[in-house]
Design a protein. Sequence first.
Length: 693
Amino acid sequence: MYKLTRTLLLPIMVVILPSINGNLNEDTRVPKNQLSLSDILEYNTILFPLTTVSKAELVGEECHARLQELRRGILQRELWALKVLDASGKQPPAFMLGDNMWLGSAELCKAAQSGLNLDISRYVTHKMNMSLLTDKTPFDVDYRVIYAAHNSSYQADVVYGQARQLLHIGLCMPSECNSQQLMELVPAYFASEIFLSGDLHVIKPRVLKVKAMEFKAGDFYKMIAFKLVVVFVTYTVFMTLCAYYLRTRRLPSTNVQVKPSSLEAFVLCYDFQLNCSKILAPPDSASNTFAFLNGGRIESALIATFFHTFIMLKAIVSNPMQLFTYVSSMGNMEVAMDVFLLISGFLQTYSYLRNRSQLETIRRFNFSRSVLEIVKLTFHRFLRLAPLYYFMLCVTYLTMKYNDSTTVFNLSGFVTENCEHYWWRNVLFIHNLYNHKEMCLAWTWFVSLEMQFTITLTVLLVIYAKHPKYAKISLLLLMISSLVYQTIVGLQVNFQISLETTFTYFTQFYAHPLVRIFPYLFGALTCWLYLEYNAQLQSFKLLTNFYCQLIHLVFMICMRPAPLGRGYSVRVETFVFVLQRCLYTMSGCWSIIAAANNQLAWHGRFLSAKIFQKAIHVSYALSLLNSLVIICLFTAGSKLVFVEPIRMFVLYIGLIIILYILSFPLTVLFEMPYRNISSLLTKRGSAKRVKSS
């Protein structure tokens, strides 16, 4: 019986054991990675899959052959090929937070062709493969940048600065592959299964441009802007040398002072030494009642530079969302520039109304003489603003053109495209009337406003000299129109207090004349009140030190974003926004009257400091120059900027020093001579009036 059972069990075990053994093997087996090196590189790099999708009929025989040679070198782990691969960009982390910079390294691409020129010691032990320094590509390579637009809903797209979502893809490519061939090859890769199967964020890039990092000097020197700069600089240098010759010839050998002729007086306006002495002369703050206004204008210029620094950086940083958070919490950008316009309106009115004899003369003018007076005063303002502005328009365009051909970033290209099409708007001082996306040198919007407001206020002041009642009514109507316009537009666009709203509706809320004319005219009104009713104002309780400090506190609070106005309906937020601008302007104007009457002494002394009185001479050049220097400074090379508060504060201090150094020669050579010419014409006109009377 036992033998029979054992005989029956033996066949059963033969059948069952193999299946059990197979199950055990399946449970304990370690899965092997079936992906080859080629598969890994295709899904984790950008350069390698380009060699996969490359075809001779797509990119040509030579380019295709070089790409296949590069592919073989990468798969065989040859150092020169790995350097080319490493120099090319790939998708970095934090795409969802706005990092569109897939740049790689232009320096490593250059080193792949020429070798790494490192001055290292032969007697120090190194772990690296020394062939890393010497291995070179068997063919020439160039660093190219692909600009590709995308509309991925998986990326935060906060609107500020350069709003367009643009991928910057750096590629170290064989020189045989030209830009046109890359315009065919890269879209083929984006449309291939290799890219689409791994497109986790549904990027769907659309190639806009391929940039070769090369500067074409021949085309640069043929530009009209370059020729204009050469002519203007040559003229300025010639006139400066003539002024130097006249000054040395007129050095007094006797005590007799000879009055210069009209031509000599004109030439001496370009005297470099005289213009430098005017800027560097010790300021007389004690005799200047409104010396503190110079400090206010410098503060306004520094605030504008501060905001421009962070706004321009948006296009070149690796953490744009963090940058947006910083800028949003720093202050109220909408009202920060109102101080500059307020002071400009105050000073223009003061220089006009304090000359009582001039007012009496204008009062006797007929209509045609009044129009000529408006044209004359406008021309004087044009003479002070236009020469340096036009010069900087050409210089900025040329600098951006050069920068665009040598940097991996597209910010300069965006600026030059607008200037090539819309430069004439800047020449006519009307570029702030158009969409901000089409502005040439958008940061100079204030220059057009300054000219427009100068004309408007000049007309009002001439009317005031002849018909004071009509001038007052017109001024009040313009101020009310400004507030009504802001309210209506705010309701139309569903206004919300945020930095994003400012940039989305930049044309309507930031640079529009009807928005900015309110502080300008209120500054003029404040000057009129000070000149006509200062004695009565001094008896007001609001002019006591306590109330002045309180009103100045309101002024400082309004420089911050309005937290109480956020999170409410469109009507409430629009009302808070308009109210805030009113309070900011009114408190600022009252602070001027208080400081002029020796209240707010601490603030007046600070703003009247010598450094501000000297810096005011270069403030115009600094305002025109700041964004250009910011762009050139931070976009040089191919390195990204990571924004962090302490680092940016240190960079900002250095930026201000650089701007001041560069602004000084610009002011001396291209602004001061025309100020002198304006003053010379004014004096001669006054002398003729005295003779005729």
